[in-house]
Design a protein around this ligand. Structure first.
Ligand code: NAP
Length: 329
């Protein structure tokens, strides 16, 4: 058994809980592969895992996204070979490490045109943008010209979604937490940006849509924006609550959905979409096509060594990052 370096927690809490440790990594079993990482992705979910918002069995290596080279293949794995460049966004948790054994099901071959760094920066965030904009739709779907609201659009998922929405012909109304971030989202395809730390976004959305409201709100901010987001929807509109960066949304009085126009509400997670190998591959192919064609550019704006993971988490929580961040292995 080889010894590898991993970022682990033994209890939930602040960044000081993350320790660089040596762990033993063996051979893959049936249906598994061993991957040697070149880069691992940083995601807001890693903060929920570390802090205990999403409880884990402990001790645990953090991280859910990576890219590297397949080093060993277990019995029954037919879509990957030793030496393949590969990437993934998948459970189980455990991507912050030099190498790991994991189920092959959600691991896909990385096209040669996409670097390891970009691969690690785009899988979890890009597949999320994919299922949101392509599979999480209001009644009747979305057509070119439709207006949608997307919160925290300068972040990892957000900057990919801005560009993807533009490619689909959607009019994205984007929110972000500073004027610089607002300028960035417009450069990346949003039709209009609202600095929601300075302006009341529900009022601005009503103005921009001339009172009609939007067909969908994609809301990953959670507690701070949930109710305001409902006020941005047109009748029968869809509220997609997919994250809780500002805190978990309190229990919802479903009567609110009636009062605000027979609204639909969903709380999706990427991992339901990635349940089968076929679905994972189809979603990844869609994402790779967007990136290889240049319609979606992956902004790797933050790079850290594995040992700098505490700094990476501090910056993500402090809202000072834009686009994607990676740990270089
Ligand atoms: N359900 C799913 O399938 C799924 C999958 C992937 C990601 N997500 C969610 O999508 C969101 C984006 O993920 P990401 O990894 O790309 O992160 P990110 O957007 O790069 O970072 C989170 C952003 O949230 C905004 N924010 C608003 N209020 C905040 C607060 N009180 N504290 C911290 N940040 C706050 C900040 O942008 P501003 O400064 O512009 O406000 C911050 O940059 C996260 O909530 C994540 O959990 C959900």
């Amino acid at each position: 058994m080889a010894t590898e370096t991993a970022v682990r927690i033994h209890q939930a809490g602040g960044v000081e809980q993350m320790k660089l440790e040596q762990v033993e990594v063996g051979e893959p079993g049936g249906g598994e592969i061993r991957i040697r990482h070149h880069a691992c992705g940083l995601n807001y979910i890693d903060i929920y895992h570390r802090s205990g918002v999403y409880p884990l069995q402990l001790p645990q290596t953090l991280g859910m996204e990576g890219a590297g080279v397949i080093e060993a293949v277990g019995e029954g794995v037919t879509h990957l070979r030793v030496g393949d460049r590969a990437a993934y966004a998948s459970q189980p948790i455990g991507a912050y490490c030099t190498a790991r054994v994991m189920p092959a099901r959600s691991v896909v071959r990385l096209p040669d045109e996409i670097s390891f760094e970009t691969g690690a920066a785009m899988m979890l965030k890009g597949l999320t943008a994919q299922y949101l904009l392509r599979r999480t739709l209001p009644q009747g779907g979305l057509q070119a010209g439709d207006q949608v609201l997307f919160h925290a659009a300068a972040g990892g998922v957000g900057l990919i979604a801005c560009q993807w929405a533009r490619a689909l012909g959607l009019q994205m109304i984007a929110t972000a937490g500073s004027d610089e971030k607002c300028a960035l989202v417009v450069e990346n395809g949003a039709a209009v940006a609202i600095n929601y730390r300075k302006e009341k976004f529900p009022e601005r959305v009503r103005e921009i849509t001339q009172g009609r409201g939007v067909k969908v709100v994609y809301d990953s901010v959670g507690a701070d924006t949930f109710e305001g987001s409902l006020d941005c929807l047109s009748p029968f509109g869809l509220m997609v609550s997919f994250g809780n960066a500002s805190g978990v949304v309190p229990p919802v009085n479903t009567g609110l959905l009636a009062a605000k126009g027979s609204l639909y509400l969903t709380r999706p997670t990427l991992f339901t979409h990635l349940a089968s190998r076929e679905a994972s591959q189809a979603m990844a192919d869609d994402l790779f096509a967007m990136v290889v064609s240049g319609k979606v550019k992956i902004h790797v704006s933050q790079r850290y060594a594995l040992a700098e993971v505490a700094q990476a988490h501090r910056e993500l929580e402090a809202r000072t990052t834009v686009g994607s961040g990676v740990l270089l292995v």
